[in-house]
Design a protein around this ligand. Structure first.
Ligand SMILES: *Cc1c(COP(=O)(O)O)cnc(C)c1O
Length: 369
């Protein structure tokens, strides 16, 4: 393929960001979260790049884990959404995957199935996010039953997830943390009575940066590994993050518009002054969001220039009047090096997670070290 549209994935930056997660929480192990094709960066390439460093990997569900096992990844793998049937539990056990138990079906399946090999259990509490996790009244009876069950291996992890860790001062964070610590204190003797070791896992990327009291035996960094800033307010620590994906394309059209002329579908944008326009080979079918605001910057020759007109399936148009030296084939950066993903995402009213996770296979990933 020679269309110039390309996502460059900097694996050295990825490893740097993983090291930063370890450095910020030196007492914890970091399970690299690589669900959803490693947030669009390529699950196998990312896992291989981190294989020498990472204590384990977390994915959303079994199919994602099997891709990793097939690629020869031998580290512990955690299924964050757990299993959806007894048959999946069997496969998880065969493939050495740890499973989350977060609902009644998962609880019953794990209790009732007959596994050849016990599974590592991550028992997920709902401490206040109210999305996934065992509710308070079921915690003790379910935990009692599971630690007494032969299907459960000796290491059990108590986990939960923050709703508002990206806003470190949000009162919900303390409420969730207190709830978690109290539940842990209550469950620990039960685990011990069954000769199980109970450990903790609570922190996502934002909590690794901003909620050190939440650091557990296992942290779960995702977004920060890819260089995204996981806090609403970046701070002096987040500047150490390095962007991993840089999305680039190039100029495939140049023209001058007179006052009153329009560009693109719907003719929504109209020149109010004589304008030089560049057409760039990237569109919403490449994961560049159609809803993005006019005026969103792209980077050409180190200069920020605004998008004008609607985003098309394969193309966008940019006002390059301020860059008279521009020519066909010049490189354009859409996000990444020099143009933070988080900033571009804000122009599309979303978060960087969504932009990279939704990037389709159509955009080739090019890996550099
Ligand atoms: C996706 C996910 C993470 C990673 O969150 P980031 O904000 O990307 O660090 C951690 N824990 C759970 C349960 C998740 O689903």
């Amino acid at each position: 393929m020679t269309r110039p549209t390309l996502a460059t994935i900097d694996l050295a930056a990825l490893r740097h960001n993983y090291s930063l997660a370890q450095h910020l929480a030196p007492e914890s192990q970091a399970m690299a979260v690589i669900k959803a094709n490693a947030y669009g960066h390529g699950i196998v390439e990312v896992a291989n790049a981190l294989a020498g460093q990472a204590s384990g990997f977390a994915v959303a569900f079994l199919e994602e884990a099997l891709i990793l096992r097939e690629a020869g990844i031998t580290q512990p793998i955690l299924l964050l959404e757990g299993c959806f049937s007894e048959q999946e539990l069997q496969l998880a056990s065969k493939n050495d995957c740890a499973v989350v138990v977060a609902n009644e079906q998962q609880f019953k399946d794990l209790l009732n199935c007959k596994l050849a090999k016990p599974l590592s259990l991550w028992f997920k509490l709902d401490t206040g996010m109210h999305r996934l996790g065992v509710s308070a009244e079921c915690v003790e009876p379910w935990f009692q039953a599971l630690v007494a069950c032969d299907n459960v291996a000796d290491e059990v992890v108590l986990m939960s997830h923050f709703a508002c860790a990206d806003e470190p001062k949000h009162p919900k964070n303390t409420q969730q943390l207190v709830n978690f610590q109290q539940t842990f204190a209550g469950l620990k003797p039960i685990a011990k009575a069954h000769h199980k070791r109970l450990s903790k896992s609570l922190s996502n990327s934002a909590a690794i940066f901003a909620l050190p009291d939440s650091h557990g035996d296992w942290n779960r960094p995702g977004y920060m590994l890819y260089g995204g800033v996981p806090l609403v307010q970046p701070d002096e620590q987040t500047v150490a993050l390095k962007p991993v994906m840089t999305l680039r394309s190039s100029i495939i059209g140049l023209r001058d518009l007179a006052i009153g002329e329009t560009v693109g579908y719907g003719a929504h944008w109209q020149a109010t002054k004589p304008t030089s326009l560049a057409t760039v080979a990237i569109g919403y079918a490449d994961g560049y969001p159609r809803v993005i605001k006019p005026g969103t910057p792209v980077l050409i020759a180190g200069q920020r220039l605004p998008i004008v007109g609607n985003v098309s399936m394969d193309m966008i148009t940019v006002d390059v009047s301020d860059l008279p030296s521009i020519k066909l084939g010049d490189e354009v950066v859409l996000w990444g090096q020099g143009l933070p993903l988080d900033e571009v995402a804000a122009y599309a009213n979303t978060i960087g997670y969504e932009l990279t996770a939704r990037m389709p296979a159509r955009v080739p990933r090019h890996y550099i070290d």
